[in-house]
Design a protein around this ligand. Structure first.
Ligand code: PDD
Length: 286
């Protein structure tokens, strides 16, 4: 599939992605003055739309953009996008920028937010996939809780991971794990699952939140707790999670095998529970 194939949504209209245009004065282009979401669509049905739209609302509020669409309008807008792209398994990307205005760092007195959404095919998780990761210093800003399109630091970190032959960068700030360049991180030690607590240093991942819910319901010991570098390196399992890849296990961290380097029993059980939970929610239309 070409990168620009398919139909997108831009400011109230559906059109071929290859034909979509925004002004070079759009503040999303000039300043990265924009926020976004990525959510999965399974067999044509959006999963965890409300959680994603709640986080979008928080991101918009944090940067002072009034919500351009209601929840119901987003639902209609994205449903139209999914239908026009043939349904199936998709990853939906949506973005809201502050809009078009003469270049000035200060907020414009009047600008209409640009609303854009597109989608692409999504490969669904069937079982555990294993990837390698490297640790890198977290040199991002201190508002990583905002899902901003200003992702230059994340882009450089992820690219550095790829350059090192790994899939993801696990980020350490002052010796403490924050998250991945494009994912949240969980570690398993002595049967207990841990993930760093929410703060301005990491994104409140929707997958992270749902996994905590699923583990809590299943009675599995799990904690939101600060994780130091030693705990990370001594973990029996390390997972990275995101809406586009669910849960991936880290096989090697900085070239060193994680745990026994071959078995991921906690991840396998939790992923299965998560898939069951997702299927139930999709079946009941939530
Ligand atoms: N990114 N942390 C960061 C920095 C991320 O970019 C992402 C996801 C996550 C996981 O959040 P969620 O579970 O809500 O997807 C955590 C998306 C997928 C992206 O930028 O493409």
């Amino acid at each position: 599939m070409n990168a620009d194939a398919g139909i997108c949504y831009l400011d109230g209209a559906y059109l071929p992605l290859a034909e979509a245009r925004v002004s070079v004065l759009d503040r999303g282009f000039i300043f990265g003055d924009a926020v976004y979401e990525v959510l999965p669509v399974v067999a044509g049905r959006m999963f965890a739309l409300e959680e994603h739209l709640e986080r979008l609302a928080r991101s918009l509020a944090a940067i002072g953009i009034a919500p351009p669409l209601t929840l119901a309008a987003w639902r209609d807008c994205l449903a139209g996008l999914i239908t026009r792209n043939g349904g199936g398994n998709l990853s939906v990307y949506l973005q809201v920028t502050r809009g078009v205005a003469p270049r000035d760092h200060a907020f414009p007195s009047a600008a209409t937010p640009t609303v854009f959404a597109m989608c692409r095919p999504l490969t669904m998780t069937a079982g555990i996939s294993v990837v390698n990761a490297v640790t890198l210093p977290d040199n991002r800003w201190l508002r990583c809780d905002i899902k901003s399109t200003s992702l230059l630091a994340n882009v450089l970190l992820r690219n550095e991971a790829l350059r090192c032959g790994a899939y993801e960068a696990l980020l350490l700030r002052d010796g403490w794990l924050t998250e991945g360049a494009a994912s949240n991180v969980f570690v398993v030690s002595d049967g207990v699952v841990r993930t760093p607590p929410l703060s301005d240093r990491l994104l409140a991942g929707v997958t992270r939140g749902l996994l905590l819910e699923v583990m809590g319901r299943g009675g599995r010991p799990c904690r939101e707790e600060a994780i130091d570098e030693r705990t990370l390196r001594g973990a029996g399992e390390i997972w990275i999670t995101s809406s586009s890849r669910d849960l991936l296990c880290v096989g090697r961290l900085d070239g060193v095998a994680v745990g026994d380097g071959a078995n991921y029993p906690v991840a396998s059980a939790v992923l299965q529970d998560f898939i069951t939970y997702r299927d139930q929610r999709l079946g009941s239309g939530t």
